[in-house]
Ligand binder design. Structure first.
Ligand code: HEM
Length: 493
């Protein structure tokens, strides 16, 4: 009996080997840690999300340009060489990686998950919605929601800032993308806010847990029902707003009769006018795009802003220099509206933002999948390889950034590393063909919030340094929040 089982196992392995022979041969040339053929890198199986992240970070340092990992017969390659990344990010034939499709129930065929010609057509059409001229119109709304945030920070208690930021950014993005006033900052227990929390938490958890990849396994967990309900709540809002807008456009209801009170321009208005090959987008396409903006925009912008605030609180000299720069440009009135023309004229704020995104990296990786064999740099990758763009790895590579774990915004004021390594060495919003479409929107939002907070408060860290040593905890936003204290500025008391 044992002999028969052994023979069957060997036969299965031989069949797998023959099927994937070419794959194994090509992968052999890519460096990486030891693994068991057809089983994978078992040494990583028991690691938690945080410790896995640290391990991958060690591998980025150990292997020069890239390293490979096996999950059964699935091949993953993490690339952190800026030249190869540049080539990769400009190859049209690469697809979104399979792991991203767990988001499909929430964001459907939104931009993030499209490929090929359909992606090109939609990307071109949507780029107009994110043009600087359109984004300028969103400043008053973003500034107003930042004012509400500032008023909420008026407390002597410690504040776990990431929760506050999430609600502020949720309010701003819902208003500017759909014209919806969900008032998350005033009603943080609303069904919509809870649904947003649940959906993003469970979907991220699923994407980072190999055991939950199978649909059949995931359906057996309590999270399946919870995420389904959360998605239904989120979609109901988008559906209602789109159908009200459609009625308005068709002249069935007047603007001021709109149940959501939509008056200010929103991304949705632009999407309604978009044409692809002479046809307007369907309601389903618009819904998928709007849901994608919410999903792709809120958590990322929240993390980015939290990291900037954390560094400002930690480094008093940076905070003072920033306050100086801001007030010498726009004065000290905390109630003023922040407008788009201020943003390019605050170079130190820009450097602090970039250095915070470098050190903590709101989106540590993105990914592509090969549709067929492809050569990038010195390696040929087989069909169906997941190519992970190791943004975090490049940001912490001492060959690119001197003392990479030190917070030093000045490195972005005189960026000499660009001469040697090029622009693709620092890509917090990715780059190339699929660069984050919301990049300018996110930068405007983060800077507006920071300016508004600094005009009103001096910020202090309120918890011991050691708690932050496990960088992964911050990067993965899972375990720890960022506790700060906000002291009203003397001039505003
Ligand atoms: C600090 C904030 C943000 C960061 C760090 C960030 C980062 C990224 C990254 C790394 C990608 C992957 C690009 C690739 O695979 O090459 C991406 C894609 C994307 N982001 Fe952002 N993002 C942020 C905010 C936003 C906002 C505010 C929006 C929308 C309002 C947005 C919408 C998108 C969309 C739609 C894509 C997919 C683009 C495509 O595939 O063509 N992001 N973002």
């Amino acid at each position: 009996m044992i002999l028969e089982i052994l023979v069957i196992h060997i036969l299965v392995l031989v069949v797998i080997y023959l099927k994937y022979q070419r794959r194994f041969q090509l992968a052999q040339k890519i460096p990486g840690p030891w693994f068991i053929p057809c089983v994978g890198n078992v040494q990583l199986a028991s690691l938690t999300a945080e410790t896995l992240f640290l391990k991958l970070n060690d591998y980025s340092k150990e292997y020069k340009d890239c390293f490979r990992m096996w999950l059964g017969t699935s091949l993953w390659v993490f690339i952190h060489n800026p030249k190869d990344i540049q080539e990769l990010l400009n190859k049209r034939e690469l697809l979104r990686v399979d792991e991203f499709y767990h988001l499909h129930p929430l964001i459907g065929d939104g931009l993030l998950l499209l490929n090929g010609n359909r992606w090109s057509l939609h990307r071109k059409a949507l780029s107009h919605a994110f043009s600087t001229n359109i984004l300028r119109q969103f400043f008053p709304a973003i500034s107003r929601h930042a004012d509400v945030l500032v008023s909420k920070l008026n407390t002597t208690d410690n504040v776990e800032i990431t929760d506050y930021l999430l609600l502020c950014i949720l309010d701003a993005i819902c208003e500017t993308s759909m014209g919806a006033h969900i008032n998350a900052q005033m009603d943080s227990k609303s069904a919509y806010v809870e649904a947003f929390h649940n959906a993003s938490h469970i979907l991220f958890k699923r994407m980072s847990n190999p055991l939950l990849q199978s649909h059949y396994v995931f359906r057996l967990t309590p999270d399946y029902k919870k995420v389904k309900m959360a998605i239904a709540t989120l979609h109901a809002l988008t559906d209602n707003i789109i159908s009200a807008k459609r009625k308005q456009l068709n002249g069935h209801i007047k603007e001021d009769e709109n149940p959501e009170g939509t008056r200010k321009p929103a991304l949705l208005d632009v999407l309604m006018q978009c044409e692809i090959n002479g046809k307007h987008l369907t309601d389903q396409e618009i819904k998928d795009h709007v849901n994608t903006f919410l999903f792709a925009g809120i958590d990322t912008t929240k993390s980015g802003t939290s990291f900037i605030l954390y560094n400002i609180a930690k480094y008093k000299n940076v905070q003072e220099r920033l306050y100086e720069e801001i007030t010498s440009l726009i004065g000290t009135d905390p109630g003023q509206e922040i407008n788009a023309s201020y943003i390019p004229n605050l170079p130190y704020l820009d450097a602090v933002m970039k250095e915070s995104l470098r050190l903590h990296t709101a989106v540590p990786v993105s990914a592509r999948q090969t549709a067929k064999e492809i050569t990038i740099g010195n390696y040929t990758y087989p069909e169906s390889t997941a190519l992970w763009i190791n943004i975090y790895g490049m940001c912490h590579d001492s060959r690119i950034f001197k003392s990479p774990y030190e917070f030093n915004p000045d490195r972005f004021l005189t960026p000499d590393w660009v001469d040697e390594h090029g622009d693709y060495a620092f890509i917090p919003f990715s780059a190339g063909l699929r660069v984050c479409i919301g990049k300018q929107y996110a930068i405007f939002t983060m800077k507006t919030i920071i300016i508004k907070i600094l005009l009103s408060y001096q910020i202090e860290l309120t918890y011991p340094e050691e708690q932050l040593q496990l960088l992964a905890e911050m990067v993965l936003k899972s375990k720890t929040g960022i506790n700060l204290k906000f002291r009203k500025r003397e001039s505003n008391k």
